[in-house]
Design a protein around this ligand. Structure first.
Ligand SMILES: Nc1nc2c(c(=O)[nH]1)N(C=O)[C@@H](CNc1ccc(C(=O)N[C@@H](CCC(=O)O)C(=O)O)cc1)CN2
Ligand SMILES: Nc1nc2c(ncn2[C@@H]2O[C@H](COP(=O)(O)OP(=O)(O)OP(=O)(O)O)[C@@H](O)[C@H]2O)c(=O)[nH]1
Ligand SMILES: [K+]
Ligand SMILES: [Mg+2]
Length: 459
């Protein structure tokens, strides 16, 4: 963090989403040693002799420096250390919308608070030892979650499930290290090292790391989701498919080829995976300049989406135009939807054998969606068995664990080559350092900066 923003400051920010005309309540939050005294200059309890008591909500008015009333509000003081940041926290619960919360925040700043940086409340919770770095990262994941499963995963992290696994690993490695260091310092006073037992314990740590690493892919998938683009030639039923899949009447459907021009987007959840579904203009050569721009967008999207759904018309079969589109996207993760199977059967259509996923559908009636979702999930998980752990690693955590794993691998090598103990301890310490980076015990300020700056303001 910026050295000019010490923990000594009292920080303030709007803790709720700021949306015009919306949100029945908006919260301004203060944290720091001056939180209560600043709040007391702004907020007048309705009952004048009412004392502020920790964790008790009081009713009153927010006033500016001229005595003008800005809002009717509720206020609560949470005395350190029983607060989100472990500092004195005051929350001012105002009316929602944008005007009142912003005016209240302005008052806090005028009375000596500093505007909080994104993630700074959570940073303080971390720096003051209430949560470790994995828990802080989970706070951001929880706010960003786009599916119930992603939220559950973040919540498990918030509750310290990952922190616990890493802590256990750390203790095991520390005790392995202690045994070696004792042998270096007091070799003659101690019984010789029980090498097989020591090595078995090391192996156990490596297995545990491998299990944790296997959760990273699913975590990444639940966090970032998938971009799925529906492509194909005009009139095969792409927009009908988007509408049926999302259960919403998002895209215009007509019997005219070339109906869709702009990319139409719908967000859905497919078996826990947040999916950004994109309907595109039917791909063909066209003289219409507007449609041509749409086709260009389709072809570009087809190269960047995570999964492509190529739609064809069962009645028309596998046409030359379908083959041409397929040629340009065959190297990408692909699902073929044979639509309009109410008009002609899928059997008998000459589909290239290398297309693994082929789903019969009647988009106009919403048939074929479950099979399509199963295919999306299979492609996304790529046959990777998912360990049944509640938590999952993010990229930063996975990178650190891979480092730890590499260090432990080197310890195994030193052991096999019977190198002196010093070689073992160097790599054991490196592994411990990597674990410390995950929990935040040994993390640099620039990494902290990177992590917390991704938070939203007021978190
Ligand atoms: N109004 C409001 N709602 C909120 C939050 C908040 O800050 N304010 N939260 C903010 O994200 C979340 C709740 N998270 C919180 C986590 C810890 C503590 C807290 O005070 N912990 C202390 C004391 C616990 C106790 O009294 O036993 C502690 O752990 O030491 C408060 C909120 C979601 N809802
Ligand atoms: N019989 C039948 N008709 C369908 C089906 N799906 C879509 N249609 C019809 O096919 C026509 C074209 O559907 P759209 O969804 O607009 O096709 P599109 O691929 O989005 O077309 P463009 O946007 O023009 O590329 C419409 O008249 C739909 O009602 C289906 O499963 N069966
Ligand atoms: K159409
Ligand atoms: Mg369309």
């Amino acid at each position: 963090m910026d050295p000019t923003t010490p923990l000594a400051d009292t920080i303030a920010a709007i803790a709720t989403a700021v949306v015009p005309e919306q949100g029945s309540v908006g919260i301004v939050r203060l944290s720091g040693s001056q939180a209560l005294s600043i709040a007391q200059t702004i907020f007048t309890p309705a009952r004048p002799h009412r004392l502020w008591k920790s964790h008790q909500m009081i009713y009153g008015w927010i006033r500016d420096e001229t005595g003008q009333t800005l809002d009717e509000a509720l206020a609560v003081w949470m005395q350190a250390p029983r607060s989100y940041t472990r500092e004195d926290v005051v929350e001012l619960h105002c009316h929602g919308g944008i005007m009142v919360v912003q005016a209240t925040l302005q008052q806090c700043l005028r009375r000596g608070a500093r505007l909080a940086q994104p993630g700074e409340f959570s940073l303080r919770a971390f720096l003051n030892g209430r949560i470790d770095l994995t828990q802080a990262e989970s706070v951001a994941d929880l706010v960003a979650a786009r599916s119930p499963q992603a939220a559950q995963m973040a919540l498990a992290g918030l509750q310290g499930k990952l922190a616990e696994s890493i802590r256990t690993l750390r203790h095991q490695l520390l005790s392995l290290l202690a045994e070696i260091e004792a042998r270096i310092d007091f070799e003659e006073d101690l019984p010789p090292l029980d090498l097989p037992a020591w090595q078995a314990q090391l192996q156990q740590c490596q297995t545990q790391i491998q299990t944790l690493l296997a959760t990273a892919a699913r975590g990444e998938l639940l966090r970032t989701g998938l971009k799925v683009a529906i492509v194909g030639r005009p009139n095969v039923g792409k927009s009908s498919l988007l509408n049926a899949w999302s259960g919403q009447d998002r895209a215009i459907v007509t019997d005219l080829p070339g109906t869709t021009r702009d990319v139409v987007e719908s967000n859905l959840v497919v078996r826990g995976i947040p999916v950004q579904l994109l309907d595109t203009a039917g791909i063909r050569n066209t003289e219409d300049p507007v449609e041509r721009l749409g086709v260009e967008r389709s072809t570009r999207l087809a190269q960047t989406a995570d999964v492509l759904v190529l739609v064809i018309d069962a009645q028309a079969g596998w046409t030359k135009a379908d083959a041409a589109i397929y040629e340009s996207i065959r190297h990408r993760p692909l699902i073929l939807v044979v639509n309009k199977t109410d008009l002609a059967p899928l059997q008998g259509i000459q589909i290239p054998p290398q297309i693994q996923y082929r789903i019969p559908a009647v988009a106009a009636q919403g048939e074929g969606i479950p099979a399509l979702e199963a295919a999306v999930e299979q492609i996304a998980c790529q046959g990777r068995p998912q360990p049944n752990l509640a938590v999952s690693l993010n990229q930063r955590q996975a990178a650190a664990l891979i480092q730890a794993q590499a260090s432990l691998e080197r310890v195994q090598e030193s052991l096999q080559e019977q190198l002196p103990f010093d070689f073992w301890t160097i790599d054991l310490r490196a592994a411990l350092h990597a674990l410390g980076q995950i929990t935040g015990e040994e993390v640099s300020e620039s990494v902290l900066d990177q992590i917390f700056s991704r938070f939203c303001i007021g978190k």
